[in-house]
Design a protein around this ligand. Sequence first.
Ligand code: SER
Length: 320
Amino acid sequence: MERILIIGAAGQIGSELTLKLREIYGNDNVYATDVKDAPADIKAGGPFQLLDVMDDKHLIHFVIRHKITQIYHLAAVLSGNAEKLPVQAWHINMDSLMNILEVAKLVEDVKKVFWPSSIAVFGASTPRQMTPQVTYMEPSTVYGISKLAGERWCEYYNKRYGVDVRSLRYPGLISYKTEPGGGTTDWAVEIYFEAIKKKAYTCFVSEETLMPMMFMDDAIEATVRLMEAEHASLSAHSAYNVSGPSLSPAMVAADIQRHIPDFTMEYAPDFRQQIADTWPRSMDDGNFRKDIDWKPVFDLITITDVMISEIRKKIKASLT
Ligand code: SER
């Protein structure tokens, strides 16, 4: 029987992945944890506890006490925020991963670890169209450097200690349940919320900035399938490229206008423009699709339709 620990259960990915894993493995077998309070459905649907992944002693006790077999480590400081406090962000992103890898090495019950990597591992020397799985990687952000170092550590622990750690290089994730914070791809979420609330959005990257994106449901499905796959069928033990559609602010704005014709956009690129300019415009995720038999379901039109209707429901519910 699997017993799962989720670190970062209150975040953008965690708040949705926790519910999916509870559906698969049973509510009581999925321990949601975070350093902050979690949404009501996470707390009501199964065990939730405050846990700081930086506290290695508390972490190992928790894992042993609850006989944890799989760990999903989703906590991180995203790219934009990490540039504001580089040393602290490096410390949080790297030390938390090292704590998890050490626990997985030391505690025999722990059989698998999931840790997300990112398109941020790439940099200015990387080919930006259909970025290959293996290519030049010279990230220029603290977040990207921590993700690339993390990928190398994951592979190291896999090869040297047999820790079965799996990872995906997520593109920008679009979702309505929990908004991300401090990322360079956050505009693709903010734009929908602002379109509904104000019929206007000022975007922090320029209109033609094309970035790989993926709807959260596709990201969750990809993650679950990766974790369920036989170890022998995996060709990458660091991290796989994975992606849905590549989108620019102009493309998303035009699609929102199908629902909100008087929606207007303005552009005020900030420091995140320079980050976006070093990241891929599209990703070649052929290796993952071949190994896992997965492909994304959501395109721009279906993403927009779901985002608009779900955010409207959410706002209506908050008013009643
Ligand atoms: N969404 C992340 C960010 O923008 C990239 O993985 O920081």
